[in-house]
Design a protein around this ligand. Structure first.
Ligand code: 13P
Ligand code: ZN
Length: 263
């Protein structure tokens, strides 16, 4: 049950940071079979779910995934009601092996989650995690900034020294698109070829990576930079981080940052 405690712990932190009001946000995390065995019998199929895109490359993988309509604030108290463990059993079906004990089903954003996993695994075989949340200041920025990935990346890099170190590839931005379906998943996963973080205008952010700490830290860092931006952008700024400063940071920390924005 260690993995359940780790996942519910992160979901609780996302809630207490104010980024997952009501049922906002969702998480999916690739589990090793041994981790699944510590929770349930991985071969007992409780129910199945159908998807309308090709999941061939992730057949056999297990995911712990938040249920649709569930509240992050309730995860610690009732994980088996609010979370499920699914196994991808063929090109278009997933089997539930644990959880959703009161009849729930995977998040409405599971098409995006699963398509992002498919894409990120091509980029990084150690990839395991996708978190979507409604980070407040990231959403604020999408109301007042041009919806351009390089614009967001440059502003976020220049708000604080840590940004370019934590997300050297930058952030991608999508315009408002109806959420909860396969199409927004296709668009998001397409950007995940180059980015670990994709912002949905007037909605929130999807962040991906290897571990719970890494992805939570990525969200924290992007949201912190967005908070600083929202506090200063309409004030007279006397000094800020320059292009030369950013290049100096990248050289000092051996950071392979996205080119074409500050140089
Ligand atoms: P779910 O309750 O289906 O996970 O949806 C929450 C959400 O954030 C939609 O984008
Ligand atoms: Zn959402």
């Amino acid at each position: 049950m260690k993995v359940i405690n780790e996942v519910t712990g992160i979901l609780n932190l996302l809630y207490t940071h104010g980024w997952d009001e009501r049922n906002g946000g969702n998480l999916s995390y690739i589990l090793e079979e041994e981790e699944v065995k510590s929770v349930c019998d991985p071969n007992v199929v409780l129910r199945t779910f159908e998807y309308d895109f090709d999941m061939t490359s992730i057949i056999g993988k297990f995911f712990i995934i938040t249920g649709t309509g569930t509240y992050f604030k309730n995860m610690v108290a009732a994980p088996e009601v609010n979370l499920g463990i699914i196994k991808i059993i063929d090109k278009s079906h997933a089997a539930l092996v644990w959880g959703y004990s009161e009849g729930g089903r995977p998040t409405s954003e599971s098409p995006t989650h699963l398509q992002c996993h498919i894409e990120r695994l091509k980029q990084d075989p150690n990839h395991r995690l996708v978190i979507h949340c409604h980070a407040t200041n990231v959403i604020c920025m999408t109301h007042v900034c041009p919806l351009d990935s390089n614009f967001f990346t440059e502003k976020l890099w220049k708000m604080q020294t840590e940004s370019i170190v934590v997300f050297p590839e930058g952030v991608a931005v999508l315009p408002w698109i109806l959420c909860g379906g396969t199409q927004i998943g296709i668009e998001t996963a397409n950007l995940m070829k180059e980015y670990r973080s994709v912002i949905w205008a007037q909605h929130g952010i999807f962040c991906t990576g290897k571990t719970l700490d890494e992805v939570f830290g990525l969200i924290e860092t992007i949201e912190k930079a967005a908070e600083i931006y929202m506090k200063v952008y309409d004030k007279k700024i006397y000094q800020s981080i320059t292009n030369e400063n950013l290049i100096e940071i990248a050289q000092a920390f051996k950071i392979d940052y996205r080119h074409g924005i500050i140089d």
